[in-house]
Ligand binder design. Sequence first.
Ligand SMILES: [Cu+2]
Length: 220
Amino acid sequence: MLQKSVVLFCGSVLSTVFFSLAAVFASPYAEAAPVQVLVTDQQGKPLADAVVELYNPQSAAKTSGVAEVAQQDLTFRPFVSAVQVGSKVDFPNQDKTRHHVYSFSPAKSFELKLYAGKPEEPLVFDKAGVVALGCNIHDYMQAYIYVGESAYLAVSGEDGIARFNEVPDAAYQLKLWHPWQDAEVAAKQVQVPFAALSLQLAVTRQQKPSRPKKGFGNNY
Ligand SMILES: [Cu+2]
């Protein structure tokens, strides 16, 4: 009888220890939830291709991933991507033609001669900043890679919404960037979770770069 109560006692102590350990390992965040941010232009119209970064010191400690900027139909896809510092980016050429991808941006200066079906090693983006991509063979080809410090980065879709799968509850600096923005935007302090967040950004809209129509003097 005595033995049994000792065992029970030990069991409850053990489970208390495990629960406390779980709480320690889960720290500093208790909860994480999906987060959505709506980005609109100065007329209130949804703005696609806007990068939203949620930064705090913990967010920078996460591991980085792999991203892809393909060349397809003589166009970079996607037009805007966002990756964390230290991420690898692949540049697969899905066209039959050759591309010569380059960037002169201080965050990453490089050039890649890409042939169809011949994969190159992915490049590591190890400096925060915006990397503007071009192609030496097709002048109109343009794309951007936003290299952020945080693991929490999202690019808005055609509906203007930047979607994050899971962001731990905490205070963040929200950074907003768009290739067509009229001016740099100051970072803004936000607290996650939030019910709804809508941001307005003044841009000068342009045509998204894509393969020129036939009959305009091109012979690709
Ligand atoms: Cu090209």
